[in-house]
Design a protein around this ligand. Sequence first.
Ligand code: ADP
Ligand code: MG
Length: 423
Amino acid sequence: SKAVVADRTRTREELLQAARDGFRAAFGAPPDPQHEYAAWAPGRVNLIGEHTDYNGGFVLPCALERGTVVLAAGRLVRADAADAGRVRVASMDCRGGDGMLTFAALPEELGPGEESWGNYVRGAIAQYLGDVPEGRALALDMFIVGSLPLGGGLSSSASLTTAVATLVEAVLEGEGWQAPEDARVKARRCRRAEHDFLGTPCGIMDQFASALCPPGHAILLDCASETFEPVPLDDGAVTLVITDSRVTHSLGQRGSQYPVRVAQCAAAARAVGADSLRSAELPALEQEAKRGGMSEVELARARHVVTENERCVNFADALRKRDYDAAGAAMLESHASLRDNYEVSAPELDKLVELAAATDGVYGSRLTGAGFGGCTVTLAQTDAVPALVRRLRRGYKEAFGLDCACFATRAGGGARVLLRPRP
Ligand code: ADP
Ligand code: MG
């Protein structure tokens, strides 16, 4: 399996220090303070609302305290300068051949390259080339360091593109540019970077969470209208625990089952004359299934999506009221529906949820992400976390002979600029 599960717990300040050290090692000197920028963007976990995004429904992601720091020497230079459009980038987590990638960030030249990690960086920068004033070009030296597992389902990719986009915006702002008032523009640009430079047909959740979650809040995101509402999650008495099962079944996200689910949902919506399952109603779906207009399996898939949208909205209400029992119950129902109606769970995930649910002080738990492996997310009383983690580790080992990886997090807050040159 590709999943890396290093339990790295460096704080943002430690990441920034590591980026300073890495920058000096890579480029031979620290950034010139007049052109020194740093930006941060988090990974995310989806608390509820699974397999609803491509059905025009709701999701409820929350930014993590883990993410990516980019430290850079950045400026705009004259288009005929020797370093016009030159980008050099190194990452502590993924090195190119000689430890550094160099490419030209010029509108006519910037396309996907060979190093796939570099394409996240290329893709994010490409979104801003149209904002560079006539006769000028970017010159950027960047060092990247993160605390997320890469390919672990916590969206290190959106964290990387969003950190780079935030950094490039800061550099442009340093030259008098004004960022679009609607911060969703940045999130959409980062999604386009993944579409166009990686060929990943992702939805909007990851980039919206990384770019837009206010500190201490998750967001209830409407995937149809691309509008969102912050949902407070800043109560010190509760903590999120993310547990990586360290398994990925081959039926999973990139395997054969994902497009099958997408097609089943589309068929169910069509059968009741709806554009998407967002506007379908359960009684109509059931009636249509009875008449033979859709299969029992298609009905079960639709039942998941329709009820999951309700749970998502109810979960947001419960968080606002600090009614964690209701929030936790919605999480457990979500998991059961993903297991029974949508059939995207796995024995390992069911076990982790069962172990969590049986622990005192746990409100709820569910698989998060597309399923067939990956992570669970658990909402627990903060003082119950040590016992929860012990129980998950021991029970999982007993059942499968595997070590799961757990970490606790609070709602972290979205991307921000950490450092700009002093005027
Ligand atoms: P996820 O987003 O769930 O972590 P993806 O496969 O979408 O998984 O994205 C992971 C990829 O993002 C990595 O393989 C790497 O190419 C890139 N990436 C993320 N963070 C970094 C980083 N700190 N340095 C270099 N590349 C990174
Ligand atoms: Mg990703």
